[in-house]
Design a binder for this molecule. Structure first.
Ligand code: DX5
Ligand code: ZN
Length: 218
């Protein structure tokens, strides 16, 4: 699945920008609070407005402190998937329960320096694992291939039936990097600048999808 990130869109034209990626699978919505990450974007009222006009289900990535307080609201507002950061959660399983009870898939995100092994037990309660391939906070950063062993390990655990998860990668995904991520086992690819920075976002999505499909098949 390809999930364009609205972080790289024109914030003055969010409805049009959502329409431009109508053939994507999820629309990635990066919520930043200026505390968990040193950047500030948009929150629930903007998500509710975008959800009403988006042809694509929303994938909300909460880069915020105290996610237990806010995450269920995004699910109630109709997000398809709501992802919280492991580093910000006192009790990730409780957050997953609340997100699912409010009707969304529950995602757990880990920063590049956060070990996967610390969260293997709690991942049984999640639907999505988001492996950050840059430090969270900004679009347009350089992909970190050193994170891919975590994707490979998670793919093994999914393929052997120990976990049932979408494996999402986020940060620096482009035509130059998506094959490595797909080969490692990712199946959801967030792309901000590579989609919204392209002259034709629909073409960029199709090209990314084709590259990922070939790499996965190989
Ligand atoms: C970064 C965000 C990403 C960002 C990716 O903290 O979580 O979703 O939009 O942007 P690119 O694809 O440009 O790295
Ligand atoms: Zn993101």
């Amino acid at each position: 699945m390809i999930a364009p990130s609205l972080l790289s869109a024109d914030f003055a034209r969010l409805a049009d920008e959502a329409q431009r990626v109508a053939d994507a699978d999820w629309l990635h919505f990066d919520v930043m609070d200026g505390h968990f990450v040193p950047n500030l974007t948009f929150g629930l009222p903007v998500m509710e407005a975008v959800r009403k006009v988006s042809p694509v289900p929303l994938d909300c990535h909460l880069m915020i402190e105290s996610p237990e307080r806010w995450a269920p609201g995004y699910a109630e507002a109709g997000a398809r998937n709501v992802t919280v950061h492991a580093e910000a959660c006192a009790d990730p399983r409780a957050v997953a329960r609340d997100i699912r009870a409010a009707g969304a898939l529950a995602g757990l995100a880990i920063k590049p320096g956060t070990p996967l092994e610390d969260y293997l037990d709690v991942l049984a309660d999640f639907d999505t694992l988001l492996v950050m391939t840059v430090e969270p906070g900004f679009g347009g950063q350089t992909f970190m291939p050193e994170v891919l062993p975590k994707v490979r390990r998670a793919r093994e655990l999914v393929d052997s039936g120990h976990l049932t998860l979408f494996l999402e990668v986020d940060g620096g995904i482009s035509a130059d990097t998506i094959e490595q991520a797909a080969e490692a086992g990712a199946d959801v690819f967030v792309a901000g600048s590579a989609v919204y920075g392209a002259d034709d976002p629909a073409k960029a999505i199709a090209a990314l999808r084709a590259l990922a499909a070939v790499a996965t098949a190989g």
